[in-house]
Design a protein around this ligand. Structure first.
Ligand code: IPE
Ligand code: IPE
Ligand code: MG
Length: 255
């Protein structure tokens, strides 16, 4: 389908919307939302303006994912390593969930979206945690898209905690070491109950994983784009899904 879109300089440009096969939509899409700071700097603005505009891209991605019929959308919003940033930036980031939910929660509820949080919530400021808890509570019975925020998330910490828990059960005599299986490890990760990501997207041109879902992305399809996160639109998600549909997933076997 050819549609007219407004280009960044305000003129009209033609852009083809990729064909998406409705029977091969990735069930779980995970996004490493990167490049907020560089986007802002490029426009001569402070880094936090990148985060502010990144929030709008979260909204666009959520609506687009819901329209496509994606079931789980996991958004990497703050890593266990991001605490090393300047305090003002961290404080700003910690206020964004409140701001996002105060603007968007009603519409998310209308759209039957279920909000979840994946990360070490106990280490978040109480105002951040409360806002998220309210969003989670008010959407817990919703059956549509699961919007899963990875906040204070780090894969190595997640796996370390899982190992500690299993180790404690062994010490208590409740579990034998030989009873540990990949499924049991899955059940002890913060993503327990969710399918592994089918498609992992990273914006900003960085070609790395940055401690994100290391266990869960064993067989995910990876899609990288040079655009910065605040620039992300529905068209980018469509491009990523179209590319996903061109891939052959073999899981080590033969097709
Ligand atoms: C992603 O953008 C948001 C977070 C990691 C919180 P960045 O803040 O990492 O922006 P860049 O990568 O420095 O441009
Ligand atoms: C990854 O981005 C974390 C999030 C998007 C929340 P970073 O900007 O923290 O990653 P590095 O430092 O470039 O690896
Ligand atoms: Mg970054």
């Amino acid at each position: 389908m050819i549609k007219r879109v407004r280009s960044w300089w305000g003129g009209q440009a033609k852009q083809a919307e990729p064909d998406i096969a409705p029977d091969n939509i990735p069930e779980h899409v995970a996004i490493i939302m990167d490049g907020n700071g560089r986007w802002a700097k490029r426009l001569g603005m402070p880094r936090i303006m990148g985060h502010q505009n990144g929030m709008k891209a979260v909204k666009r991605a959520t609506i687009a994912a819901d329209d496509l019929g994606i079931k789980y959308l996991t958004m990497y919003a703050f890593s266990t390593e991001n605490w090393t940033r300047p305090k003002e930036e961290v404080d700003f980031l910690m206020r964004l969930p409140q701001e996002f939910l105060s603007i968007e929660l009603d519409e998310l509820i209308e759209k039957n979206v279920q909000i979840r949080m994946m990360g070490h919530g106990e280490l978040l400021p109480s105002h951040t945690r409360q806002a998220l808890e309210e969003g989670i509570e008010r959407t817990k019975h919703n059956t549509g898209l699961v919007l899963n925020f990875a906040l204070n998330y780090g894969s190595r910490l997640e796996m370390t905690e899982a190992m500690k828990r299993l180790g404690a059960r062994i010490e208590a005599g409740e579990l034998k070491a030989e009873e540990i299986t990949p499924e049991l490890i899955d059940q002890n990760l913060l993503s327990a109950g969710m399918p592994d990501p089918d498609l992992l997207i990273r914006t900003s041109g960085e070609l790395r994983i940055s401690n994100f879902m290391l266990w869960q992305i064993a067989y995910s399809e990876l899609w990288f784009t040079d655009i910065f996160w605040p620039e992300f639109t529905k068209d980018h998600l469509l491009q990523a899904v179209a590319e996903y549909q061109r891939r052959t997933r073999r899981y080590g076997g033969l097709k």
